[in-house]
Design a protein around this ligand. Structure first.
Ligand code: SAM
Ligand code: SF4
Length: 467
């Protein structure tokens, strides 16, 4: 028997890439690869890249510089180290990567990673292997299922891709070019994946997609199911205590999604709903397909059915031509909505996108200054949101042991980390916790009930427990 080969995989960017990395590990497990945490002793290093902003792309080339040294050192020891670049930089730049960094053996786009074993074989025969096509077949049909021990090792919280690609074409964004057109996976395939995860201890599921609420996968009745209906179906699977989904587009929030929030206790009242800007002129120039007032109305629809719902968002400052007044409209929107958390970015022109051709610019100094002001406002809202939890008793899903001995850490419905002193037996359980204090972003508290002696396991196909 051949000794196992070591695989080191480093992911950049979004949740989609975290999920993709796991599926690459599952694919290569069939070829005898086992994961290692260090690049230096790996036989194969995969950089799973992100192209969304210039900084994210450039990180790849500096990492490849470091890997060249590691590859040379391995060769001196008589070892053959292969290097693959996967993900959205691979898709966008293709063979340009090998021209800039000849140390790379394989370049593989996000729609082709089920071909990795084949591409590695081709590279082993002395050449370079590049695949950045959008193949006709659906990669999900070819990806091996994760093994039970791999699922268990990944913990009680899992991502499942239900939708990929994007047809929205926001003028600043590379996703429609790197991930391709919007496709939704069939309901039954997702249900099979989720049952398998639940049978192996997964309690929390986050459905992911670049534009997840555009989901329209084929249901068992042959019709296209919206995301809300899919969530209803998944909530019936025994063992799944919490459901989440990310990332949504405001224009694709339909009644089925609102009804799911009204009817499903397992669907967490925390929604990531990017808006990007509070100015209608900028939103139109971004081709966002909604106004600030449309966005406010969507938020209201959620709030009407779940008073305890909270939101996070994404913002871009310094989009071409953004005036001080237009930026103020963003601050006004943030003040009005009140977020539990949010991400804000300086606009980064991406080659091939329509916004990159726009001639007006915002100076670097103005962008920096706007980002600081926006982040101060968001931080103050986040901190007020977290402080408001002190003194309350909330459900926490426990995930793992914490760094401090004796502490177990879990998450509230709003993804706030919550620490208690308890036995590791509570991992996997949803238990009420009285929150006593806040340390930076983490809440500290105590269990409000005596936990059951052993981890809670729910027999498959029993009804879902609400968190
Ligand atoms: N699909 C989501 C949506 O509808 O907004 C987000 C996708 S993108 C991976 C995540 C975030 O990156 C975006 O919401 C946007 O704020 C930011 N982003 C995308 N392109 C950008 C660019 N060219 N410059 C700066 N930020 C960008
Ligand atoms: Fe990019 Fe999101 Fe716009 Fe699609 S909806 S183009 S992923 S920002």
């Amino acid at each position: 028997m051949k000794p196992p080969r070591k695989l080191h995989i480093k992911s950049y960017g979004c949740q989609m890439n975290v999920y993709d990395a796991q599926r690459m590990v599952d694919t290569l497990a069939g070829d005898g690869f086992v994961e290692t945490s260090s690049a230096d002793d790996a036989d194969l290093v995969i950089l799973n890249t992100c192209h969304i902003r210039e900084k994210a792309s450039e990180k790849v080339y500096s990492e490849l510089g470091r890997l060249r040294v590691a590859k040379d050192a391995a060769a001196k020891d008589g070892r053959d180290m292969r290097i693959a670049v996967a993900g959205c930089v691979a898709q966008a730049e293709g063979d340009e990567i090998i021209r800039r960094a000849p140390v790379v053996d394989v370049v593989v786009g996000p729609q082709s990673y089920h071909h990795l074993p084949l591409l590695l074989e081709r590279a082993a025969q002395g050449g370079k292997a590049i695949e950045t096509e959008f193949p006709a077949e659906d990669k999900f049909g070819f990806l091996p299922q994760p093994k039970s021990d791999a699922i268990r090792a990944r913990g009680i919280s899992a991502f499942v891709t239900v939708q990929e690609g994007c047809d929205k074409f926001c003028t600043f964004c590379v996703v429609p070019y790197t991930r391709g057109a919007e496709v939704s996976r069939p309901v039954e395939k997702i249900v099979d994946d989720v049952k398998r995860l639940a049978d192996n201890g997964v309690r929390e599921l986050t459905l992911i997609g670049q534009n997840v609420n555009a989901y329209h996968g084929e249901g068992p009745d042959g019709r296209a199911w919206p995301l809300g209906k899919l969530l209803h179906r998944l909530a019936e699977i025994g063992g799944i205590a919490r459901l989440r989904y990310s990332t949504s587009h405001p224009s694709d929030v339909d009644d089925s999604l609102i009804e799911a929030h009204r009817d499903l206790p397992a669907l967490m009242p925390f929604v990531h709903l990017p808006v990007q800007s509070g100015s209608d002129r900028i939103l139109a120039a971004m081709n966002r397909k909604h106004t600030a007032s449309d966005y406010r109305k969507v938020i209201e629809r959620f709030r009407r059915v779940r008073q305890d719902i909270a939101f996070s968002s994404d913002f871009i400052v310094g989009f071409p031509g953004e005036t001080e007044q237009e930026f103020s409209a963003t601050l006004a929107l943030v003040t009005q909505i009140g977020y539990a958390a949010a991400y804000s970015f300086k606009y980064s022109p991406r080659p091939g996108t329509p916004a990159a051709e726009m001639r007006e610019t915002v100076s670097a100094a103005d962008m920096d200054e706007r980002l600081v002001r926006l982040q101060e406002l968001i931080d103050s809202q986040q901190s007020a949101f977290n402080k408001a939890a002190i003194g309350t008793t909330v459900d926490v899903l426990f995930e793992r042991t914490a760094r401090n001995p004796g502490q177990i850490v879990g998450r509230t419905a709003y993804l706030q980390p919550a620490h208690v002193m308890a036995s590791p037996d509570i991992i996997g359980q949803v238990l009420p916790v009285r929150l006593d204090s806040l340390e930076r972003y983490s809440l500290l508290g105590a269990l409000a009930t005596v936990p059951t002696a052993r981890p809670q396991r729910i027999a498959p196909s029993q009804p879902t427990i609400g968190a």
